[in-house]
Design a protein around this ligand. Structure first.
Ligand code: GCO
Length: 457
């Protein structure tokens, strides 16, 4: 009978992102990001919602810190907005923008909470979209690296945990499309699939140059990581044949072979390259050496998975679709697959062959209906059900000896859910956007108890 007890040093956290919570879109020198411009365009986001105000965290961070302290987390993952630090994308540094993050970090440290800073969570400067089409250009990698140098030089004395990029596919393959308007900013139509793969290649270069920039600018020892949402292939059942099939499917799934493989193994996966053929990106000599930087850990954002079974086809594996009424939470893609956290962690060790690489779950959570009851509570039992099962899967990985070091729930509070706007709520804290009142949900209190007992309750 397991008590789902975690090791003493297991790190419990919560995660957010700048454009999703900060607001203050034009304050203290910040200039528009591609998401400011994209979300103002008709039809791009639900109700044309934007992050102009969001959770007004820019002004309310001290009360939000109290929320974090009461929650009991000792780790907080947030992102730094390139548009606050280098508003024109390159060149002049906006010191007022830096000052906000220093205030935030000082407040975190005062509360005994360790800051984990993501340097890029999709809100790239519109100025670089105008100048050269953002990630379509190789120049973006160097501009990102220069922004990282500016940031780490100024904040490296109080931040030691750095993540370069959040989810490469979401600001490249979901942001550029050939046939239809892309779901994510900048939402650019490109001429072919090769052009899309070229954007993710430039993002990988940015990651590599960013790692080097962090390590040369930091004034103290620090930890460098990448955050990825690779597609998790899950065996239909845990027979050796289906497990083998899930590993065979992994490089083909969600383009994993062209994103996480180059970053972690230093090579594009050959089967994927073969499948891509002429759509594969142009790779210059030396690119892979830049991309394949040593990492202190890997951050995994995992919400769901895809079932795979063995097949006698030439790939040796078959994707299984979900039946119509398969249980999911309040997003079309959020089917409940708790073992995806276990298999995501295991793929790093056994499919990417990096059993040595420490792993954090840097995002896991769900959107739920979240009604406020007549006595002013949000009894989100569905979110607790989801989180409990996923955390039990993390515990399984930990108890089997995989190097899982910590877990950040997505998200600390409801926030701007990109093209879904404020229509979908992922927080363990309810936000009343009319009053900006914060209301801890049942899942917040449940998570507090998990942290207090250091186990899944
Ligand atoms: C992501 C992003 C978050 C999302 C969350 C819910 O993982 O897509 O990092 O910004 O809001 O995942 O979709």
């Amino acid at each position: 009978m397991t008590s789902y007890q975690f090791p003493e040093d297991f790190q419990w956290g919560a995660a957010t992102a700048a454009y999703q919570i900060e607001g203050a879109a034009q304050e203290d020198g910040r200039k528009p990001s591609v998401w400011d411009v994209f979300s103002q365009k008709r039809g791009r986001t639900r109700n044309r919602d934007t992050g102009a105000i969001a959770c007004d965290h820019y002004h309310r961070y001290e009360q939000d810190l109290k929320l974090m302290a009461d929650l009991g987390i000792k780790h907080y993952r947030f992102s730094i907005s390139w548009c606050r630090i280098v508003p024109d994308g390159r060149g002049a540094v906006n010191e007022k923008g830096v000052d906000f993050y220093r205030r935030l970090v000082d407040c975190l440290l005062t509360h005994g909470i360790t800051p984990h800073a993501t340097l890029f969570h999709w809100d790239s400067p519109q100025a670089l979209e105008t100048r050269y089409g953002s990630w379509q250009s190789r120049e973006m990698a160097q501009d990102f690296s220069d922004y990282v140098t500016a940031t780490v030089t100024r904040l490296g004395d109080c931040i030691q945990h750095w993540m370069t990029l959040n989810e490469i596919t979401c600001f490249t393959h979901m942001s550029y499309d050939v046939w239809q308007p892309a779901q994510h900013a900048p939402g650019t139509r490109v001429k072919n699939r090769k052009a899309i793969w070229q954007t993710s290649h430039h993002a990988l270069l940015a990651h590599g140059l960013g790692c080097q920039a962090i390590r040369s600018a930091t004034p103290q020892p620090c930890f460098v990581s990448l955050v990825d949402n690779f597609g998790v292939t899950v065996p239909l059942n845990e027979s050796d044949t289906h497990i083998e099939a899930a590993k065979k499917a992994f490089p083909y799934h969600c383009g994993n072979g062209g994103i996480i493989y180059p970053a972690i193994t230093g090579e594009y996966n050959l089967q994927l390259l073969k499948q891509l053929g002429a759509d594969a990106p142009e790779i210059q000599d030396g690119d892979l050496k830049i991309i394949h930087q040593p990492l202190d850990s890997l951050g995994l954002n995992i919400y769901t998975g895809t079932y795979i079974r063995a097949s006698d086809n030439d790939q040796g594996c078959e994707w299984i679709g979900f039946p119509k009424n398969y249980p999911r939470l309040n997003m079309p893609w959020l089917q409940i697959v708790p073992e995806s956290l276990y298999w995501g962690i295991r793929h790093v060790s056994e499919t990417l062959n990096r059993p040595d690489l420490p792993i954090y779950i840097t995002e896991n959570g769900c959107a739920a209906q979240d009604e406020v009851t007549s006595n002013g509570e949000v009894m989100d039992l569905d979110r607790i059900l989801y989180l409990r099962q996923y955390l039990q899967s993390v515990h399984r990985a930990s108890s089997e000896g995989y190097p899982i070091k910590g877990y950040f729930v997505w998200s600390l509070m409801d926030n701007f859910e990109w093209s879904w706007g404020y229509d979908r709520r992922f927080g363990i804290t309810y936000i009343d956007y009319r009053t900006q009142k914060r209301l801890p949900k049942s899942s917040y209190h449940w998570y507090t108890e998990c942290i207090r007992q250091n186990r899944v309750v």
